[in-house]
Design a binder for this molecule. Structure first.
Ligand SMILES: O=C[C@H](O)[C@@H](O)[C@@H](O)[C@H](O)C(=O)O
Length: 435
């Protein structure tokens, strides 16, 4: 079916998802930038800070498991509303906290609330886009994560200079409520949306023949039974092995550049800006590629797998970062790998709605992302072990080289496991009964 010519609402919906994801990452990053200030004012030790970070991560992981199912039950409009109110209230409340325990509690609440974002966003994309456009839509909104990560280091020092750390939490946290107004006014699922043209509605549903084969919208899915399906495990394995690498890029690159190339982190840092800008291009380009393959007639599963395989290959050169003789060579290799992660991510997220009917998408994304977050809790333990050991031996850079080697292989390993579990990413059949 041809693209509808009239006003298209679905790209407006993607813009909403993009901003929600940017705000989500902005709210996560604020605390890291305030660390030195808060250490001074509240006399935190490294361990206190470690506990606060862990509280967020653990609650985020647990929340993903719960929120996925909740969003599938309540729908995207209500699910997103609850999630963003929860996380924005928690972010704002951080300003009122005075003890380490208080920080642990509000950061855990933030993690719980924030965990609704990706399951809700991926389900929204599945509701608003036919399969051939979904990866591109996902790539666009997913790039909001990088925007949040780039805006935070600019915005937080500015607020800190003009006001104080409390205002940094209040202002960034309150942005979520502004977003919520737009969401409540403009968002509805396509079936309930009053302004959407018949042309666009038909276009969105132009691949419902596949969806119909997978079950009627009324078909109930038992959450626990998702664990008995291979496709769930394929998604879980893919996220488990690759999300931790993303968290490594987010949280360790600054100190890698500082220790290996003497980068001064107190100044705005061009290498980091370049890496995160590359991830934006990766996310959108990665989603575009598989959508392009599908438009050229490739079956959906082959398009995703081909794209994911190519992106897994693009991570391999990071292995050569050990031979980099100047910072820009390292920036080039790491940017390629980080961009490839986001390109991979736009596609792996989309495989959930390729394989599962819309009413199970949030649950599956929640389960897989939970695995990724748990990996994101344990991988840093391995990273610090490797770095400590090498630091003692006087060559911390050698430690980073080992970690880069792990990054290089993770995506190909994930691809292979996903391939073995579900070679054709066969859509899960419901046949009008529970999975
Ligand atoms: O942009 C984000 C990354 O691609 C993805 O790996 C993460 O979004 C992760 O699933 C999360 O929940 O934060």
């Amino acid at each position: 079916m041809a693209q509808p010519k009239s006003v298209t609402y679905r790209w407006g919906v993607v813009a909403l998802l993009f901003f929600a994801t940017s705000i989500n990452y902005l709210d996560r990053q604020v605390i890291g930038l305030l660390k030195p200030t808060l250490e001074n004012e509240l006399h935190w030790t490294e361990t206190d800070y470690g506990h606060i970070v862990m509280a967020f991560q653990a609650a985020y992981a647990l929340g993903l498991l719960a929120f996925g199912g909740i969003i599938d039950k309540l729908g995207t409009k209500m699910g997103y509303t609850i999630s963003i109110i929860f996380w924005s209230v928690s972010a704002v409340l951080t300003a009122a906290v005075k003890t380490t325990f208080g920080f642990i509690a509000v950061r855990a609440a933030l993690g719980l609330g924030e965990s609704g974002n990706f399951p809700a966003a991926i389900k929204t994309v599945a509701e608003w886009f036919p399969k051939r456009e979904r990866a591109l839509a996902t790539g666009i909104f997913n790039s909001g994560a990088n925007i949040g990560a780039v805006v935070a280091p600019v915005m937080v020092p500015w607020i800190l200079g003009v006001y104080n750390w409390q205002m940094a939490f209040i202002i960034t946290g309150a942005i979520g409520f502004v977003w919520l107004i737009f969401w409540r006014i403009f968002y509805e699922t396509p079936a309930k949306h009053k302004k959407i043209s018949t042309e666009e509605f038909e276009f969105i549903n132009s691949d419902t023949s596949e969806a119909a084969a997978a079950g009627t919208p009324e078909t109930k899915i038992k959450w626990l039974e998702l664990f008995g399906i291979r496709q769930t495990w394929a998604f879980v394995a893919g996220k488990l092995l690759t999300d931790p690498i993303w968290y490594f890029f987010l949280f360790w690159l600054p100190s890698y550049f500082a220790t290996t190339f003497n980068l001064d982190l107190k100044k705005p840092s061009l290498p980091l800006v370049l890496v995160y800008t590359a991830t934006t291009i990766g996310s959108i380009g990665g989603g575009y590629l598989s959508s392009w393959f599908i438009k050229r007639g490739m079956p959906v599963f082959r398009a995703r797998k081909t794209a994911m395989f190519l992106f897994a290959l693009c991570v391999l050169p990071i292995f050569a970062a050990r031979y980099a003789t100047n910072v820009w060579q390292a920036v080039a290799l790491i940017s390629l790998a980080a961009a490839a992660h986001q390109a991979w991510s736009a596609n792996i997220f989309t495989t959930a709605s390729d394989m599962f009917p819309k009413q199970a998408v949030s649950s599956v994304v929640g389960i897989g992302s939970m695995a990724g977050s748990v990996g994101g809790i344990f991988f840093p333990l391995l990273i610090s072990y490797i770095l400590e050991a090498n630091k003692e031996a006087g060559h911390i850079t050698a430690g980073y080289n080992i970690i880069f080697a792990i990054c290089a292989c993770a995506y190909l390993a994930a691809w292979l496991i996903m391939h073995l579990l579900t070679p054709t990413m066969k859509p899960v059949q419901l046949h009008g009964k529970d999975v």
